[in-house]
Design a binder for this molecule. Structure first.
Ligand code: URA
Length: 222
């Protein structure tokens, strides 16, 4: 509930609970897994009622070399280094690999995030791929139809050539999916960019910069 209220990451919330900074109905809780009823229970953090923060939706143009988690044990830069001005805790909607650049949405709206990442809702994610070896027409057809990966076959994808690159539109978001799809047809990804999620595109947003999603974009994506 603390992380859903936008105060911090789940890991931070757990540490605050262990540090006895949280009480429920007047009793300090020490177990982060204790079940809470947000409607009925009175939760205090540092003695103050937990307020649900306003929902925010951030669009970040993630550069290569940034990881999508809050903290990296290896100390590499994270996407949070790029959104320091945002003073509400937001979580990435899906992930982009360290070496992938492009559009990343971050939000404190967990319901929205769930809907966006649930493959049943078929939100289209568009990727542009530079491959190590040129892909044949047969390879493109195989990607369109679905290829066999270690965690099962991929769903049909939209695939076309765009100025020497391959554009792939998928509605799933499995771990390193595009890289694994390209490997499944005998090549390797040299560079991977995600220019678009659903109806929202990255154009006009410089690498490393962020902005709020507009009301209109939010409406369209919903
Ligand atoms: N597919 C990948 O392989 N990597 C990403 O970052 C996103 C999709």
């Amino acid at each position: 509930m603390i992380s859903k209220a936008g105060l911090g990451s789940r890991t931070q919330a757990r540490s605050w609970i262990h540090a006895r900074r949280v009480s429920v109905n007047g009793r300090v809780v020490e177990n982060p897994d204790e079940w809470i009823d947000f409607e009925k229970d009175r939760i205090l953090f540092d003695g103050k009622p937990l307020e649900v923060r306003e929902k925010i939706y951030i669009l970040l143009h993630k550069p290569v070399g940034y990881i999508t988690t809050f903290k990296d044990p290896e100390g590499r830069p994270t996407v949070y280094d790029l959104i320091r001005e945002v003073n509400t805790f937001v979580s990435p909607v899906g992930r982009l690999d360290l070496e992938t650049s492009g559009l990343l949405i971050l939000t404190n709206d967990t319901q929205f995030a769930e809907r966006m990442t649930n493959p049943d809702h078929k939100v289209a994610k568009t990727y542009l791929v530079e491959c190590a070896d040129p892909l044949s027409d047969a390879a493109l057809d195989a990607l369109r139809a679905g290829v066999e990966l270690s965690d099962g076959p991929t769903r049909p994808a939209l695939v076309r050539r765009v100025e020497g690159l391959v554009e792939i539109v998928i509605s799933e978001g499995r771990n390193r999916q595009v890289r694994r799809m390209i490997e499944a047809v005998g090549s390797q990804v040299v560079a991977l960019v995600r220019p678009q999620i659903g109806t929202v595109g990255i154009e006009g947003l410089e690498s490393g910069r962020w902005r709020h999603l507009t009301e209109r974009e939010l409406e369209k994506i919903r």
